[in-house]
Ligand binder design. Structure first.
Ligand code: SAM
Length: 202
């Protein structure tokens, strides 16, 4: 595989492999997608199927009442940390720019409002953990972080709504040391997903 354009590879050299996971177009013309080497030349559906077979049991959710720019970055991190699904609560449309096409490999579902999201979590028996620096939130390094859970994040500006905070059975914060009230929502999501993986990922 010849590396091209930073993270791509050129056309397959020699006899192309016959395994159906491979995409004939990519084998013929090269693969410049931002995927790990294991998935070079793979069809997108084959990559998703492979990820589905080993997804982690944590979910990620974010409130979307203002078209928050962070949602794309959160989807990208959810892909990197192999979250089960990302749940968008509120507006159906979300800004995909920060996702850098990772949403093609990530299950993303929409809930009309917090009540619908909470009903889904209840039906699945998945605890909702609200991540925000509010009230009696427990620092993430000593908070309970069950294997099966949904990590719920708020938006830039308002943070989590009162309704979202009330729907959660646990409240988690990231300890800060400087003068700013909060960190960026997608940065917060990456920190907590990383902590989940540090504890549970094999
Ligand atoms: C910019 S914050 C806004 C709200 C924040 N509660 C405040 O007092 O300004 C947006 C989202 O990022 C996440 N976040 C930012 N900093 C955090 C922290 N230190 N601990 C936990 N979550 C944080 C939360 O999900 C929060 O809802």
């Amino acid at each position: 595989m010849d590396e091209v354009r930073g993270h791509g590879v050129g056309p397959w050299e020699g006899d192309p492999p016959e395994d159906p996971v491979y995409d004939p177009e990519l084998l013929a013309h090269g693969d410049t997608r931002n995927v790990i080497d294991r998935y070079r030349y793979w069809r997108m559906e084959a990559i998703v199927a492979d990820l589905d077979a080993r997804r982690h049991p944590f979910h990620v959710a974010i409130e979307n009442w203002q078209h928050d720019m962070n949602i794309g970055s959160i989807v990208r991190s959810a892909n990197a940390f192999l979250a089960d699904t990302v749940h968008i609560i509120g507006r159906r449309r979300w800004n995909r720019r920060g996702a850098m096409v990772t949403d093609r490999y990530q299950h993303v579902v929409h809930h009309e409002d917090v009540a619908a999201f909470a009903a889904w979590a209840r039906a699945e028996g998945i605890p909702i953990l609200a991540v925000d620096n509010v009230g009696e939130a427990v620092p993430v390094d000593r908070a309970e972080l069950p294997e099966r859970c949904v990590l719920l994040f708020g938006q830039e500006g308002p943070g989590l709504s009162d309704e979202a905070l009330a729907a959660a059975s646990g409240h988690i914060e990231i300890t800060q040391y400087g003068s700013t009230r909060s960190i960026n929502a997608s940065a917060a999501a990456a920190v907590v997903m990383y902590e989940w993986c540090r504890r549970h990922a094999g």
